[in-house]
Design a protein around this ligand. Structure first.
Ligand code: HEC
Length: 135
């Protein structure tokens, strides 16, 4: 094998290792939990990771995440949840880092509040909630 090929392979492999599964554009699977609701399962996740910026008088992107109505209403750009279709919901793409532009990843990477990215389990719960009708 030519040395240049080896270098290219090594670089590609380390890039995949660093960026992990999310770089493949795949979403974590739905949680198997039945009866997922905003009040019991989802609000605690949004309260911890989103409402600091998405609530109050001037929520970012005019998106209120502290009420079910606010989440379903969406942002200044429109709906972020397609009820029954989590894989096409902008909300899911933003937390799973599958939007084409990393500016849209939520919570923002390196935000000053130090809020960490959601876990695959949390994203799976959000997916199950949307796919079960976003109640
Ligand atoms: C540290 C602040 C901060 C946190 C925390 C945060 N966001 Fe955001 N969010 C922003 C900003 C800033 C924008 C972009 C606003 C704009 O472009 O007008 C945004 C935009 C969005 C958008 C895009 C709206 C649109 O229509 O383009 C979605 C969806 C979103 N956030 C969801 C979330 C979710 C879900 C969480 C929690 C997991 C979260 N955000 C946490 C600051 C934050």
């Amino acid at each position: 094998m030519k040395i240049t090929n080896l270098i290219i392979l090594t670089v590609a492999a380390s890039f995949a290792a660093v960026t992990g599964a999310r770089a493949e554009g795949k979403l974590p699977p739905d949680s198997s939990k039945a009866g997922v609701t905003y009040a019991t399962d989802i609000k605690p996740i949004f309260d911890a990771s989103c409402v600091k910026c998405h609530s109050g008088d001037k929520p970012k992107a005019r998106l209120h995440m502290d009420t079910l109505e606010g989440v379903l209403k969406g942002s200044k750009q429109g709906k972020i949840v397609v009820v029954g279709d989590s894989s096409n919901s902008h909300l899911v793409k933003s937390v799973a880092h599958t939007t084409p532009d990393s500016d849209g990843w939520m919570p923002p990477v390196h935000n000053k509040a130090g809020i960490k990215e959601l876990t695959p389990e949390q994203i799976g719960l959000i997916r199950a909630w949307i796919d079960q009708g976003a109640k």
